[in-house]
Design a protein around this ligand. Structure first.
Ligand SMILES: NC(=O)c1ccc[n+]([C@@H]2O[C@H](COP(=O)([O-])OP(=O)(O)OC[C@H]3O[C@@H](n4cnc5c(N)ncnc54)[C@H](OP(=O)(O)O)[C@@H]3O)[C@@H](O)[C@H]2O)c1
Length: 336
């Protein structure tokens, strides 16, 4: 009898492992986030009516955040430098949702102009009376080898991705601690957790964000209703490659590869909203084979370093040959 129970338990455990393995093969986010997507709160019910401030809302992930949040019924503050693009995004939000003109504030903002941030935050808070969610999304990436990159580029990456984000956060956080509630969600990256060639400065700026927000969370234990969340996407369709820094400030990227093998922006954003609605503190969002890297970097770094070196070598070779560097990661490379 005991033997039967033991073998039944073994079979059950083996079945569970098999199911998890199959799920992992098709997963496009960490299990906590996927579990939240399956059984957690729906963004449509949790985010309706909330005031959400999105930086970097003029293109890519931020633009899609605006569209999906508008459909959820969130009221929006849309920020980036290009006001005309923000107005285009606002118009599209109004066309595709039940929001009214007054529910969306276009607030142009340069993350580098830190002296303007206090005024910008005041404007946003006064307009709606409060801010429920700040999504720190604005930022730029990098495509250049360390040996060839001017230190000014490293400074610019830290000023924009790290200090710009910290500055906005510091303007909004006192408002949230005063209310005792709110969410600060920061778009980091897979390279905020791991390393990758051609992105030494970008990766450093995202690691800095991870350290900042993981530490900030530990300072806010007296505020259990304030969520500090970081989002770590892998490759996602957007304008990010074309907008990247290169070896020199103001030198444009030479080759922007095909984006279609990357995760669709809409899927990435849907998962982000699920994470926010369910209070997920760190979100890993990537299709396979990238997702496996997050787990390898977290649990088996020695193995991860050797695989990253192998793939990184090909990426550097492609880059030096003037080809799309990302084609080292995708099975059907194309250049445009
Ligand atoms: N796409 C990916 O594969 C990927 C992967 C991991 C993480 N991420 C992160 O996702 C976030 C959004 O990037 P994306 O992929 O959507 O790229 P994107 O299409 O290039 O969008 C970047 C956004 O940042 C804004 N921005 C750039 N410089 C700014 C400045 N000085 N002040 C204010 N806003 C500024 C841009 O607006 P303006 O030019 O109008 O200012 C734009 O709205 C970034 O933080 C990026 O690091 C992206």
């Amino acid at each position: 009898m005991d033997c039967c129970i033991a073998s039944a338990l073994c079979c059950f455990a083996a079945l569970c492992l098999l199911v998890h393995f199959v799920c992992f093969l098709v997963a496009d986010a960490d299990f906590t986030l996927l579990w939240a997507a399956l059984v957690g709160h729906r963004p449509e019910s949790k985010l309706k009516g909330l005031v959400v401030w999105v930086t970097g809302a003029s293109s890519g992930i931020g633009e899609e955040l605006a569209y999906q949040l508008a459909k959820c019924g969130s009221r929006l503050v849309l920020s980036a430098r290009r006001e005309d693009e923000l107005n285009r995004v606002k118009r599209h939000c109004l066309e595709s949702s039940n929001l009214k003109d007054g529910d969306i504030l276009v607030l142009s903002l340069d993350l580098l102009e830190r002296t303007s941030h206090e005024e910008k935050a005041k404007t946003a808070i006064q307009y709606f009376g409060h801010i429920d969610v700040l999504i720190n999304n604005g930022g730029r990436s990098q495509r250049s080898l360390c040996l060839e990159t001017n230190v000014d580029v490293y400074q610019a990456l830290m000023e924009l991705n790290f200090l710009g984000t910290v500055s906005i956060t510091k303007q909004v956080l006192p408002h949230m601690t005063q209310r005792g509630t709110g969410s600060i969600v920061t778009v980091s990256s897979v390279v905020g957790l791991a390393g990758a060639p051609l992105a030494t400065g970008y990766s450093a700026s995202k690691h800095a964000l991870q350290g900042f927000f993981n530490s900030l969370r530990t300072e806010l234990t007296d505020y259990p209703r304030i969520l500090i969340s970081t989002v770590c996407p892998g490759p996602v369709q957007s304008q990010i490659v074309g907008n990247s820094f290169t070896e020199e400030l103001n030198k444009p990227v030479a080759t922007v590869g095909n984006q279609e093998h990357k995760m669709p922006t809409s899927r990435c954003v849907r998962l982000m909203l699920v994470g926010i609605a369910n209070g997920v503190k760190e979100m890993w969002i990537a299709q396979q084979p990238f997702l496996v890297f997050y787990y390898a970097w977290q649990y088996a770094p020695t193995f991860a370093w050797s695989v990253t070196n192998m793939l990184g070598r090909k990426r550097v070779q492609n880059f030096k040959a003037g080809l799309d560097a990302d084609s080292a990661y995708f099975s059907k490379p194309k250049t445009s």
